[in-house]
Design a protein around this ligand. Sequence first.
Ligand SMILES: CC(C)(COP(=O)(O)OP(=O)(O)OC[C@H]1O[C@@H](n2cnc3c(N)ncnc32)[C@H](O)[C@@H]1OP(=O)(O)O)[C@@H](O)C(=O)NCCC(=O)NCCS
Length: 174
Amino acid sequence: MSERAISRTVAESQAERSEIVFPNDVNPIGNLFGGRLMQFIDLVGAVASVRHSRAITVTASMDHLDFVAPVKVGELLILKASVNRAFKTSMEVGVKAMVEDVLGTGEMRHVASAYLTYVALDRSGHKIEVPLVVPETEHQKRRYEDAVARREMRSGETLRKKEIRATIGSVWNL
Ligand SMILES: CC(C)(COP(=O)(O)OP(=O)(O)OC[C@H]1O[C@@H](n2cnc3c(N)ncnc32)[C@H](O)[C@@H]1OP(=O)(O)O)[C@@H](O)C(=O)NCCC(=O)NCCS
């Protein structure tokens, strides 16, 4: 059976991460730094991509990152990641970041969302094919379908990155 014949449900690779926001991660008015939030988003997204592909993955891109609301020092941040769709060697992962009002109502406040693309590699660093995604719920099916349009929008950026790499290669004689 080829690797490509394998498929996994979205639920099989979903990942969650909880973080308490400490004072060294905030600015002088007590708001979590955007870069630190991006790191948490990347880490939880990476876990979902590794679970789905059962391989080493690297972040190819992070796009459409919306900082919806600030996160304050002392708050409990919950990040949830799902693989929306797998293509050939890449996977689109959606991450949603929320703050849980853990000392009060228990309600979740949406603070940020992002789409990331991860590429699966073997131990020698070569790209490998990833299993297909099987969406089950209506929500998962919608994100699965929408991922194609987002990939189209990203393709210009992918091309631009290749051009940058070619330029860097010629400048540094790589
Ligand atoms: C990501 C990387 C492996 C892609 O390698 P590449 O030789 O440019 O690969 P290709 O053009 O053949 O593209 C491979 C896949 O990645 C996707 N891809 C490449 N660049 C992308 C980008 N900027 N955004 C989204 N997807 C991208 C392609 O669409 C393709 O998907 P598919 O196989 O599912 O069709 C390479 O650019 C790389 O190693 N980048 C650095 C990654 C890194 O260090 N990340 C941070 C630390 S984890």
